[in-house]
Design a binder for this molecule. Sequence first.
Ligand code: NAD
Length: 377
Amino acid sequence: MIIGLLKEQGNETRVALLPEIVKKLTALKVEVLVESDAGKSAFVANEDYQNAGATIVARAEVFKQANLLLQIQPPLQEDVEQIKSEQVWVSAFNPLWNTNLVQTFLTKGLTTFSLDSIPRITRAQSMDILSSMSTVSGYQAVLDAAIKLPQFFPMFMTAAGTIRPATVLILGAGVAGLQAIATAKRLGAQVLAFDVRSAVKEQVMSLGAKFVEVEGAIEDKDAGGYAVEQTEEFKNKQKQAIHDSAVKSNVIICTAQIPGKRAPLLITKETVEAMLPGSVIIDLAASTGGNCEMTKDNQIVVHNGVQVVGESNYPVQMPIDASKMFGQNVLNFLKLIISEEGNLNLNFEDEIVKGTCITHKGEIYNQRVQSVIEKNN
Ligand code: NAD
């Protein structure tokens, strides 16, 4: 089979495969076509791909010849028009949120896989792009906050007096939140964290952070390790607990998300107004509505001296390592759909293949996506 690696559009800097992964794919008897300059923004030259065994071609040729089309971002409308029903589209297109795109794929009878839908089971951990990209985001968010904060993170005892350490509040202690805790601790801050899943309390504490307790959260074992929507009573208790911690914090890193739903609103305008001037809020949930009422996606809003940074795409600021991790995840996934002879082999009996497949021959394969689309119709 032929895998076609496309150059990302817009402000994406990562690339779905680095040459080191292309080399591993060619060893699996797969041919790889790379769109010219696909790796440029991740500091990879065409020659590096050629040396790894790939052929460099123009974009139109990738669409024409490849059996499997691969990129990170969702396809643009003009790309969707070029995909043929016998080809396979693989990228991360957030199908629980971008339901119009799913409808288009469905109508066109396309075979599509969304890498952000890989089931959260142990066997799939090495393919989980959400985890690897959240690791990058959690780390970068804290570094960005440290640069924007007009104060130190660590405590200093100097001849010029004592500087108290910054207090960092992390909302949501999933993959990004735990990485944010670890990074903020390494920089010497005092860290508090809050999550609705009680299972994370121990992890938070083992990283040296304090866990903000709010009793009465709903948890669902069948939600695949994810959080679920909470009751109004819990939401009010939670708002108060977060308010009390927020007003004492210098930095808040927001990471709380619920798949397929608007991100939970955890920080109100009143809370922002009660925070210390100069404080920084980094909202990683900005693209799904944000955890803070003042968040604007892709913008920095300054309200009463508090900077609210609506940034959900930190991985584009670290294209080399983010591409490295993304590509390794992709390779581990592709191994499931490449036969020993190097041919495309879609085995829908495999729960990872089935769960990651969004549309195939006019049907929706991923169950969560199917129920969201059914609800919308
Ligand atoms: P996520 O990005 O969907 O959410 C981030 C965090 O926000 C989660 O910890 C969630 O509980 C929390 N959250 C949601 N609503 C909240 C609210 N109202 N208040 C406070 N916090 C709230 O989740 P994620 O980080 O991608 O992953 C969640 C969990 O899934 C992980 O911690 C892990 O246990 C599991 N996981 C499993 C695998 C695997 O087995 N393959 C891979 C990755 C993650």
